[in-house]
Design a protein around this ligand. Structure first.
Ligand SMILES: Cc1ncc(COP(=O)(O)O)c(C=O)c1O
Length: 398
């Protein structure tokens, strides 16, 4: 059902002219910070952030201003020419990550496609092409990233799977070591699985994965599309764990809503992808890079990143208190402001119930309610969200 004042004609247009791949029920017309307004004027607290994208909240003034300024100056010129923003943004990312170089694209799946191509290009001279990824992982909806994704349900109906991918159980270093063959060229891991149910990797698992990759001289690659860009309280999720990958992918929060993706490659592998081996028409436009530079600067300038751990501690404390009151809550888990509430049954009903109470949340896997609030969420906003989740849990467990 559409929200109150959505005109019938708009719903009809949606049904008639859009592929039915999504089934939205609400129409939002304005956003500011952690808040969204629907077409009837109802205000919602957004703890989904557009699936982990608007980490600085909606319509952040610094990002809006950067886009406004750039759009009137230069929007797109193609990568046949240099633009002033792309190298500057790349420098900012590298300085915060590790010595290396960046390639810009437009989405998470495209960033992961880049990682896959990097790994194959590096492995092919030795006859290596196979990439090991984890069960329950999610890497995107293109054919290669679907094949990399460790949940078969996303691949249903799109056979045959693109060859060259193997899945092993998450957090199982022994299984990973056993899966390596002379054909393996890389291991790809989400340090904190998002769609799969907000499952953080064990530090020992990532350390072992690093050791195994070094031993076999294959690439360790992290998908930080959802868990990167400050979500864990560290700029990159690898820094939270202290396990450095050879390459990582980013997207989602990099542009705070302006589409941009990227992959960063360690200095050692910088020359693997040479001129003509990879490209993207819209990758790294002056406009996208202006937005992302404003995001990076804002994250640090306003100590948003610095305060993330404090807020994380607060919300985990509040949610743990809550979980003690409800038998249906199995576990509160996550890192930073990437939070999963695991239930003893499917979470869809609870998500809907919070939405009815004007709190937007997400599900992850079957039984997990996922919270990805903006990183600059305030303590009163956290209190409000916890209060609504408590009300929803009362009804859910009844
Ligand atoms: C970890 C991870 N990788 C990749 C993707 C795909 O990103 P996109 O939808 O921008 O292609 C997602 C999207 O949810 C994700 O969570």
């Amino acid at each position: 059902m559409a929200s109150n004042n959505v005109t019938k004609s708009l719903v009809e247009l949606q049904k008639e002219y859009l592929l039915p791949t999504y089934s939205p029920e609400l129409l939002f017309i304005k956003g500011e910070g952690a808040w969204l307004w629907d077409d009837s004027g109802r205000k919602y607290l957004d703890f989904g952030s557009g699936i982990g994208v608007c980490s600085l909240g909606h319509s952040h003034p610094a990002v809006a201003e950067a886009i406004r300024r750039q759009v009137g100056t230069l929007t797109h010129i193609s990568n046949l020419y240099m633009n002033a923003n792309q190298p500057k943004l790349a420098e900012k990312l590298v300085k915060r990550c590790f010595d290396g170089a960046v390639f810009f694209g437009n989405s998470g799946a495209e960033a992961n496609e880049g990682l896959i191509k990097l790994a194959r290009k590096h492995g092919n001279p030795k006859g290596r092409f196979e990439i090991i990824t984890m069960n329950d992982s999610f890497h995107g909806r293109t054919l290669a990233t679907l094949a990399a994704t460790g949940r078969a349900k996303y691949r249903d109906g799109f056979a045959p799977d693109m060859p060259g991918f193997k899945h092993t159980p998450f957090n199982d270093a022994k299984a990973l070591a056993e899966a390596i063959t002379p054909k393996t060229c890389a291991v790809l891991i989400e340090p904190i699985q998002g769609e799969g149910g907000v499952m953080p990797a064990d530090a020992e698992f990532l350390q072992e994965a690093r050791r195994i990759c070094d031993e076999h001289e294959i690439l360790l690659m992290f998908d930080e599309v959802q868990c990167g860009m400050g979500r864990t309280g560290s700029f990159f999720a690898w820094q939270h764990y202290g396990v450095k990958p050879d390459a990582l992918s980013l997207a989602k929060a990099l542009g705070n809503g302006f589409p941009i993706g990227a992959f960063i490659v360690d200095e050692k592998y910088k020359k693997v992808l040479q001129a003509g081996t990879h490209a993207s028409t819209f990758g790294g436009t002056p406009l996208a890079c202006a937005a992302a530079m404003a995001v990076l600067d804002t994250l640090e300038k306003n100590s948003i990143l610095g305060k993330c751990s404090e807020k994380s501690e607060y919300i985990f404390g509040r949610l743990n208190d809550l979980s003690a009151k409800f038998e249906c809550v199995r576990e509160i888990r996550g890192v930073g402001l990437m939070i999963g509430i695991e239930l003893d049954r499917p979470a869809a009903k609870l998500r809907k119930s919070t939405e009815d109470k004007a709190l937007l949340t997400l599900t992850a896997g079957e039984n997990v309610l996922r919270l990805l609030p903006p990183l600059n969420v305030t303590i009163p906003e956290i209190d409000k969200a916890v209060e609504i989740i408590e009300q929803a849990l009362v009804e859910f467990s009844a």
